[in-house]
Design a protein around this ligand. Structure first.
Ligand SMILES: [Zn+2]
Length: 129
């Protein structure tokens, strides 16, 4: 069996990487999680103001998806984000908007899903529209 990969568009914050990786590997039956990191990634994607960052994220996601045959892409937001001061409700709205942006890239994937990292930064849950 070839190894399976997912891709996570996540914040740069080192505190959340392990929780996100474990959550995805446990719940989505993949072996590895490619990381595409940007400070406050959900905000950057939802607002779309930083075109250079947006294009960079897109390029790196495409590289992962095409090179590793990724079927599940995740957009992550987390409690206590240095780059995204919005509260939990607002950040979850940004994640939903970010999913729509990533969907518009027409990637050959099956799922584009949101993840919220809870206060404490050890556990996650899916963010549903
Ligand atoms: Zn952050």
């Amino acid at each position: 069996m070839p190894e399976k990969f997912a891709a996570a568009i996540n914040c740069i914050d080192g505190r959340v990487q392990q929780a996100v990786r474990s959550f995805i590997i446990t719940n989505f039956e993949v072996d590895h999680v490619d990381k595409i990191t940007e400070a406050g990634a959900n905000k950057v994607l939802a607002e779309g103001l930083d075109k250079i960052a947006l294009e960079s994220i897109k390029k790196r996601v495409e590289f992962s998806v095409n090179g590793h045959n990724v079927k599940d892409v995740f957009v992550v937001g987390h409690f206590g984000c240095l780059a995204n001061p919005a509260d939990e409700d607002e950040q979850k709205k940004q994640i939903i908007k970010a999913i729509a942006v990533v969907s518009s890239w027409n990637l050959p994937v099956e799922n584009i899903l949101g993840i919220w990292v809870h206060k404490g930064l050890k556990t996650c849950s899916l963010v549903m529209p």
